[in-house]
Design a protein around this ligand. Sequence first.
Ligand SMILES: [Zn+2]
Length: 353
Amino acid sequence: MSITPTLPTGFAAGVAPDMIDIHTHILPEKLPKWKERFGYGGFIELDHHAHCRARMIRDDGKFFREVESNCWDPKARIAECDRHGVSCQVLSTVPVMFSYWAKAQHAHDVSRFLNDHIAGVVRANPGRFEGLATLPMQDPDLACRELERAVKDLGLKGIEIGSHIRGEGFDWNLDEPQVLEVLAEAERLGACVFVHPWDMMGESSMPRYWLPWLVGMPAEISRAICSMMFGGVFERFPRLRVAFAHGGGAFPSTLGRIQHGFESRPDLCAVNTRKSPIEQRHSFYLDTLVHDPAVLSHLIEVFGAERLALGTDYPFPLGEAVPGELVRSLSTLTSSQRERILSGTAREWLEGA
Ligand SMILES: [Zn+2]
């Protein structure tokens, strides 16, 4: 086991909560001017307009998000982790950086840059961070090459991929052959997979009220889970360790409907798998980012504590501000269930059983 949690300061020996957060995002402090380098735009730049603050701005001037130094500064992150008793954060890039829409060789360059950065942060702070790579998924050969480099050369534990892969002239769900090539390589290398919503369905028709984040993201994760289940992906790659963000989004609360669809229209739903959604619900992991104790209790009941791992979306505003607070709020949990959700599941997902 290579994860060796450091005792957070402020906690006496032996009583420190061991928490591994599988869902956190990081950016390098400085991003290259990709537009100048590649000759076309659409990439994110960082405008450090104030002390410890920056704006993420697309190179056509469109504002994306304001971030603080904890988005790029490992020291600021570790200080917050220590305050909350988080022993280890699993780092992944911000999905707006995926660049699946760009030319493949350029997405490859962006991926290598981001992955080198994440690996550097992990190396410089042993035990406090693990890392996930981003890949140029629009080109399976390049993606597999970068996956192998990320795992073997950089020591990253796995990959973060979008809930679907879309670019110029293609839009692949996660059961498409091009995606399966990469997932096969991930299984071969023992790399875990984190599926994060991005490029939300319906975004252009519901721009107000933050609906892409509040409505689109939960739908995106259900799309990803259903595509993989009905596509037979979990049967085809039984050793692949996949975790989905946001507690599985809309999937858990519509599992009954999805199961009913599988039973009533096998001609549509059971073409590539004979295993029902209920049977497949233990084939993957979910993070705990649901903001509601009743929903988390439901997840534990349906999927089991052994399938749930702490995830906070640190350092972003839709995340859990006090990591582990929701899990600890469930008084019905046994201590072994609590430990499993706060760190045990993450270890299994990162390292294998
Ligand atoms: Zn996130």
